[in-house]
Ligand binder design. Structure first.
Ligand SMILES: [Zn+2]
Length: 668
């Protein structure tokens, strides 16, 4: 019996027992670069040369390659549905929505006609109707001025709460409106041109369009000026401002709250206002600004949301700004990709259900569960052995770790789309708008219900994973459980270096600078001793400084503060996956495959996850709006905190990749 148990444990630690092994792909490497000089280029340079950036993309890497494979799979499913299916069936809804997006002749004939009625409503509105219009747009179309949404109460995770958050700025971050460097100023000018062109396309005369664009910029710039910085928005304790409905009415009198919640279709007694200063600014605008300024802004928000679903001239103008000017893309995606995204997003779980039936082997779920269990054990051991944390806080950390809900592959309960009608006799945009409103109304309808712990926040076909603090759950959709991230027939080093780090990354989010503020039940409760919290902050800021020291383009530095949560997650993910890997038979055996030791294969596999080419525009854009570090830093900055990396590649003092032991950080 004893022997059986040991065998069983070994089998459970080793993913690929008995199978053929696939190691690291040598062609990904650039042997001309030494690992001690630039590990990222050494590990990924071959891949980067072999995959010059396709002009359709602003960034393309192995991650995107897998997303493309998933897209091909979804295409197979959706195109096989065809049209002419029974009205009201899922096949009809998905198939017709795709077919409408593909019908370029009809789309170009209709032009912007689908907007006429709604734009007339905005044009003829009286100031007394403005709040209703704002709420109407917020139901799935756009987020003028601010955003309203329903999510779990941060301090009472079984109950839902209505949140009011800052929004209304089309470029996504305040810095685009306020920074005056050359690159940002160029993007801002392109945005003004974009607004202008949209108004011209919907029939405004040149002079009027120019004036309207100035009005839109006036509002958005003021919203940007009072907006919290992206670093500030990461601090939940600062965001959690509960107000009663009476208080809301008192404080923000320019917004008609009865009208707002009436249009939203919900009754609230209390709300959470994330950014009070922003809402005060909106209230003032709605009360004091000239009618035509508000109307120009609302009209723009509406046209901007609809543009991708109209005739080619609208689509082109939208592409020229968001994809070309902001990201550096040269060529638009082919129509089929754009058309596919629509049912794949709006009827995401319906497509997902078909997807997992066809592409997700039941066996994968079991194997993934085993990996997750191994990572959990390793993270538990790390927590127990931390030298900077007291036993008291460790107990709470372990309770949290052991309370993780793990979701793998696809949900047990699927979304019901029976209330959504897709009617091919109506314009494409009309159908898209209806579907988006249907989804937004579903979210709002959750307000009076307990939080649905079974729901998924990503569709199964998504190539990604997440941690959700309010439910303390980690989720790995079927889409990411494919080669090269997850390959049951590959070498353990390859699996632990890729999907293993992804698992460790999501787990560590539960303990990053945001996640650590939530307890095992998903409530914002402080479970730390004051000294431990202080220690954590010291270590985190040391890690942040490692990233901020990196230059991403020109003289722009990486933002270690904004990317803090993701960097901590990468840090923990790497360390924990490495420890879990070292418990496998292969991790222990120290046998080379294709000339690489197990440790070398682990780090190469990790680096290959981030192999990518990227435009300079996209580097600058992501540095402003993406909480993740760039691929090169996710590799080169992160791995230099791991002693085994230096050993594996014989990196020494004097090498560029070297980091002295006293400068390394160990948090998790
Ligand atoms: Zn993350």
């Amino acid at each position: 019996m004893k022997q059986f148990l040991i065998m069983a444990m070994l089998a459970s630690l080793t993913l690929n027992a008995g199978n053929i092994e696939r190691g690291v792909d040598r062609s990904n490497l650039d042997p001309a670069v030494s690992p001690g000089e630039n590990f990222y280029l050494y590990a990924c340079g071959g891949w980067m040369k072999a995959h010059p950036l396709d002009p359709q993309y602003a960034r393309f890497g192995t991650f995107d390659q897998l997303a493309e494979n998933s897209r091909e799979q979804v295409k197979d499913i959706i195109t096989s549905l065809g049209t002419g299916n029974q009205q009201g069936s899922i096949r009809q809804k998905v198939g017709d929505l795709y077919a409408m997006g593909m019908d370029s002749v009809r789309l170009n004939n209709e032009g912007g006609a689908a907007l006429t009625a709604d734009l007339a409503i905005i044009k003829n509105a009286k100031p007394a109707d403005f709040t209703r219009l704002v709420a109407r747009l917020q139901r799935g179309v756009s987020s003028p001025f601010f955003d309203g949404s329903v999510m779990a109460d941060l301090k009472s995770s079984n109950e839902n709460l209505f949140y009011l958050t800052q929004g209304g700025i089309g470029m996504g971050d305040r810095d685009y409106y306020l920074d005056n460097d050359k690159n940002t100023a160029a993007v801002r000018q392109a945005y003004v041109d974009y607004i202008n062109r949209l108004f011209v396309l919907t029939g405004s005369k040149k002079g009027a369009a120019k004036k309207a664009a100035a009005n839109v910029m006036k509002i958005e710039t003021e919203l940007a000026q009072v907006a919290m910085t992206r670093e500030q928005t990461r601090d939940y304790s600062r965001l959690y401002n509960i107000m009663s409905l009476d208080e809301l009415k008192n404080r923000y009198q320019g917004i008609n709250w009865e009208q707002y919640f009436g249009e939203m279709g919900c009754t609230v007694k209390r709300v959470c206002v994330f950014q009070p200063a922003s809402l005060a600014c909106v209230s003032n605008m709605l009360q004091n600004y000239k009618e035509n300024v508000i109307k120009d802004y609302l009209a723009f928000k509406y046209i901007d949301a609809a543009a991708p679903y109209l005739s080619d001239d609208f689509v082109q103008v939208h592409f020229d700004f968001y994809s070309r000017a902001m990201s550096g893309k040269k060529v638009m995606q082919p129509r089929w990709k754009r058309a596919l995204n629509v049912p794949n997003t709006l009827l995401g779980e319906a497509v997902g259900q078909l997807y997992v039936e066809k592409y997700f082997p039941a066996e994968s779920k079991k194997k993934m569960q085993r990996l997750v269990d191994n990572l959990k054990v390793a993270l538990g051991e790390h927590i127990a052995s931390l030298t900077w944390m007291s036993p008291k806080t460790k107990v709470n950390a372990l309770v949290k770790l052991n309370s993780f809900t793990v979701k793998i592959g696809y949900p047990d309960k699927w979304r019901d789309y029976s209330g959504l009608a897709i009617d091919a006799s109506k314009p494409y945009w009309e159908n898209v708008k209806q579907a988006r409103t249907f989804l937004a109304d579903y979210e709002i309808s959750q307000l009076d219900k307990p939080v649905d712990k079974e729901r998924w926040y990503m569709t199964p076909q998504t190539v990604n994973a997440y941690y959700e603090p309010s439910s303390n759950e980690i989720c790995f959709p079927a889409g990411i459980l494919q080669k090269p991230y997850f390959d049951p027939e590959a070498d353990d080093a390859v699996n632990y270096g890729a999907i293993g780090v992804v698992i460790g990354h999501e787990m560590t989010h539960g303990f990053d600078d945001q996640g650590r503020n939530f307890d095992h039940n998903g409530n914002m409760v402080d479970w730390w001793t004051a000294e431990d919290a202080e220690q954590f902050k010291v270590l985190a800021s040391k890690l942040g400084a490692q990233y901020s020291a990196e230059i991403v383009a020109d003289d722009v530095h990486a933002n270690g503060e904004y990317t803090m949560g993701e960097n901590i997650a990468d840090h923990g993910g790497l360390r924990v996956a490495y420890s879990a890997f070292k418990k496998t038979a292969q991790g222990k055996a120290d046998e080379a495959i294709d000339g690489f030791t197990p440790d070398q294969r682990f780090f190469l596999s990790y680096a290959n996850v981030w192999a990518a080419n990227i435009t300079k525009e996209e580097i600058l854009r992501r540095t402003k709006v993406d909480p993740h570090s760039l691929g090169v830093n996710r590799v080169n900055v992160a791995i230099r905190n791991l002693e085994p990396f230096f050993k594996a590649f014989n990196v020494h003092s004097g090498d560029k990749m070297w980091r002295a032991p006293e400068d390394r950080v160990i948090i998790w």
